[in-house]
Structures are given as C-alpha cells and as structure tokens.
Design a protein around this ligand. Sequence first.
Ligand SMILES: [Zn+2]
Length: 178
Amino acid sequence: MEATDHLKASLSAAIALANTFGSDPRQGRPATTPDAEAVSAALRLTTNRVPEIDVADYAAGAKILYDALRRLPDVDGAADLVNGLLRETKAAPQLVRRDGAPWHLHFGSPDEAAGWLAELATAVAMLLGSDEVERLRRCEATRCEDVFLDSTRNRTQRFCSTACQNRTKVAAHRARVS
Ligand SMILES: [Zn+2]
C-alpha cells in the first residue's frame, strides 16, 4: 500500500467511524446504537488487524470527528475540534513494525482506542489542510445526516450512498406523478 493510499484509507475509516457515532438518522432510518462490530467495520477500511474493541473508548473521539466534519465548510471550526482531538490523543507519528511486516506509520498505539483516534484525527487534519477539503460533503437526502467524501472527478456527488440516491429519485418521481 502506498503512503497516500494508507492515508486515504484512514480518512475513509475516520468518516465511517464519525457517521457511526454522530449521524442520525442514516440513509432514511434511525441510527442504531454503535456496537463493536460497527467500530470494527470502520477500522477494517484501513487494516486487517482490528484490535479488541470497547465501544465506549471510541465514542467521544468519534463524535468530535463527526462534529468537525459537519462543520465544514467552516474549516476554522473544524480545525479547532480536530486540534483538540490531536492533543487529547497525543498523536505522534511513529514507525511500527510487527511480525516481519513492513515498517508502517502509526500515530499512536494500534492496540489502543486512543492510538486509532489519533490516526483518524491525523487523516482528517490532513484533509482540512488540503484543497481536498472541498470534497467533504453532507448527504443531501432527507432523513440522512451522513457525511461523505465526494469521489467523482467533477465533484458532483450529492448522496452518501446509492440507497440515498435511489430514495431521493423515488420521492421526486412520486412528487411528479401525484
Ligand atoms: Zn445519505
């Protein structure tokens, strides 16, 4: 995995974790209470080595990430929140090597929630500090509070998922024919 790919993966994980704890409703449905499986699913976007999860350890940091991402395009407000999380998690880059795997950049212990939150906060911080910040969007569908990264070349993505896109299309069609 290239360095920039790893960063992208960490950013995807940060957005997934943020939505898991902050977004409600999601894709037309009331959010479910985050469980260990939901946290693992987010972390698996960046690694196969997911640690033992205690959901409570992730809740506060994930909510900060969500609040920061929801503040955009207010980058100043988002930066304040992310800086706070970087301080709190003592994010410090460290090359880590385990079990003969290649050296790998971490921003805290990968075995602890704080280490994960440090890494995800770093990925969001790098987004905030780049032109790519404009790609972070709020889903435009009704009954969905998710944020997502617009992956289209011409930056026209309006919905977090095909589920939200289809729901919106169906609603628009119904409005036309009624
Ligand atoms: Zn959505």
